[in-house]
Design a protein around this ligand. Structure first.
Ligand code: AMP
Length: 549
């Protein structure tokens, strides 16, 4: 017997229609590439996303055609999020931090028909356009009078001119909720990048779940600043959860330095922000010497790579801001876990709570997870056993776009498919997961595993350390030994011996790194994570102290 409820597919157009009707005056504030602050609201975004849909119809784009963006977080990008997917096309957000050759490769792989870009990225588009025959329309996200005369890009048009010619009425099409809505290529540290292809259904379910109180807890009373880019995994789904809840959205545009972010937080009364640890490091480095405080910020979601305990403590103790440590990945839309305490933890001391807060957190309903040993047997949830982390759920990838890399899923004894995350983790009895490492970054020393994250966390707790990366170096007796590569804070003095001394008593003796290498900078990848492959490459001639052979 079937239920007798209305059978309305879960579509991204539902979100923008809802935002338009129910919180149309909800503010959307953007720092633009042009340098000024632009003010819009959900009514305006809805109207202009209908114009985007009409424009794509006028360009004769078919259902499922790919529309690419290379753009910062801003209102035009937001309009494309809804106009492109809502009209049945696939929004392909491109990461400008990839090398232009890789961008050209990705555009060709995705067979994008349209490319919309912020003027900051004109040089990238100039470098790739001749190599991308599938792109028939090049659109600069600017006013018509800002379009440079000579760009060398055939038929380049301005977004504003394109929209101005369109009516603002549009009937959003209805189709299967499993239809593809957007796509994002993974950073691909080895081999070519592969794409996760999200659906309308997966995006809406993720938007609901992400907004829940124990997750990102986004409401109409919040002013939300997503520093996490809209060009990578849909800014953790915040644009969709924002349309659903009607929170105020504050977009930083291209200005991601500590000073600009701080100013925007203060002027727009931001209560809630989201970003990777490197961004928050820049913010804190700006604030500390000037003795600045937050007047409205209450919570910040930090994820994308492990948030150092020292950062959680600084936000909490010095600024009264709650850090929500989150974990996920491109293949998971991206949210998997978020660290919020349970009722029984509330009476614990600050120190005990802190031990929980630095874990990556509990699974969100919609994501199931387990840890397994090398033979695929499930390991206990005791907070000690560590193994490969597998996940499944309606917003977890089932296959990469075009079947690249074959079937990624691992079947369990019931025939259910689990996605191997490539992370190594523990899970405790309360369901709190803690990432020990990427499986390829874990250091295998004398048959035991050393967590590079743990070694890094101790280093960055030292007041002179700005950034630290731990990598394994070949050792004749122990197979591998950890060393820690460190960037010092500007003006800070610290010797190798001082840092090694700092490890004493904070971890087991055999987990203390064998050496400290000071560098000016640690290479960062396209999504702001430390690129350990590059770091290993640059240290290939490095020899451990005493030169054991
Ligand atoms: P990406 O798909 O580029 O977003 O990268 C996903 C990977 O980033 C995960 O598989 C983890 O290795 C890492 N990651 C994300 N969030 C965290 C976190 N909170 N702590 C540690 N690693 C993380």
């Amino acid at each position: 017997m079937l239920g007798l409820m209305q059978n309305q597919p879960l579509l991204i157009s539902n979100l923008i229609e809802f935002a338009d009707r129910h919180h149309g005056d909800g503010e959307i504030v953007s720092r633009r590439v042009e340098g000024d602050i632009h003010r819009s609201d959900w009514n305006e975004v809805a109207k202009r996303s209908r114009q985007v849909a009409n424009a794509l119809d006028s360009l004769k784009l078919g259902h499922g055609d790919r529309v690419a963006t290379i753009a910062w977080n801003g209102y035009r990008h937001l309009e494309l999020y809804f106009g492109v997917s809502g009209s049945g096309r696939v929004l392909h957000t491109l990461n400008p931090r990839f090398h232009p050759d890789q961008i050209a490769w990705i555009i060709n792989h995705a067979q994008d028909s349209v490319l919309c870009f912020d003027m900051t990225f004109l040089p990238i588009v100039q470098a790739v356009h001749a190599k991308c025959p599938s792109v028939k329309h090049w659109v600069a996200l600017c006013d018509a009078d800002r379009l440079p005369a000579e760009t060398g890009i055939p038929g380049l048009q301005s977004y504003e001119a394109l929209l101005a010619a369109q009516p603002d009425r549009y009937r959003w099409p209805e189709f299967d909720e499993n239809t593809a809505s957007s796509m994002c290529y993974t950073s691909g540290t080895t081999g070519n990048p592969k794409a996760a292809l999200y659906s309308h259904r997966s995006t809406l379910l993720h938007a609901f779940a992400a907004a829940m109180p124990d997750m990102m807890c986004i409401s109409a009373r919040d002013s939300v600043l997503p520093v996490v880019p809209m060009f990578h995994v849909n800014a953790w789904g915040i644009p969709y959860s924002a349309a659903l809840t009607g929170c105020k959205l504050v977009f930083p545009g291209p200005a991601l330095d500590g000073k600009s972010i701080y100013e925007l937080m203060e002027t727009e009364k931001v209560s809630y922000a989201a970003g990777v640890p490197t961004i928050w490091q820049m913010l804190l480095t700006h604030m500390k010497p000037a003795g600045l405080k937050f007047s409205t910020l209450k919570r910040t979601v930090i994820g994308g790579s492990a948030c150092p305990p020292a950062m959680i403590a600084t936000f909490n103790d010095d600024y009264g801001v709650e850090v929500l440590h989150a974990w996920g990945m491109t293949e998971m839309s991206p949210l998997g876990t978020l660290c919020t305490l349970k009722n029984k933890h509330l009476s614990m001391s600050n120190d005990e709570q802190m031990k929980i807060r630095l874990k990556q957190g509990r699974a969100i309903f919609g994501v199931d997870m387990k840890i397994v040993d090398a033979d695929g047997h499930e390991l206990p949830w005791d907070g000690k056993a560590y193994g490969d982390l597998l996940v499944k759920g309606p917003w977890v990838l089932s296959a990469y776009y075009q079947g690249e890399g074959g079937d990624p899923l691992i079947k369990d004894e019931l025939g259910q498919g689990w996605f191997p995350t490539g992370d190594v983790a523990t899970i405790d009895a309360d369901g709190f997961m803690q990432i020990t490492d990427r499986s390829k970054d874990v250091i295998k020393s004398g048959g035991e595993w050393i967590s590079s994250i743990e070694v890094e966390n101790i280093a960055v707790a030292h007041p002179a350390v700005a950034m630290a990366a731990c990598i394994g170096v070949a050792h004749p007796k122990w197979d591998e030994r950890p060393i820690v590569v460190v960037v010092k804070k500007p003006g800070a003095e610290m010797s190798r011996e001082e840092l090694l001394q700092f490890y004493e008593g904070k971890t087991a003796k055999w987990q203390i790194p064998d050496d400290v290498v000071f560098v000016d900078a640690i290479p960062l990848g396209a999504t702001g994570k430390m690129l350990k492959t590059k770091l290993r490459e640059s240290l290939k001639d490095y020899k451990l102290p005493g030169n054991p052979t």
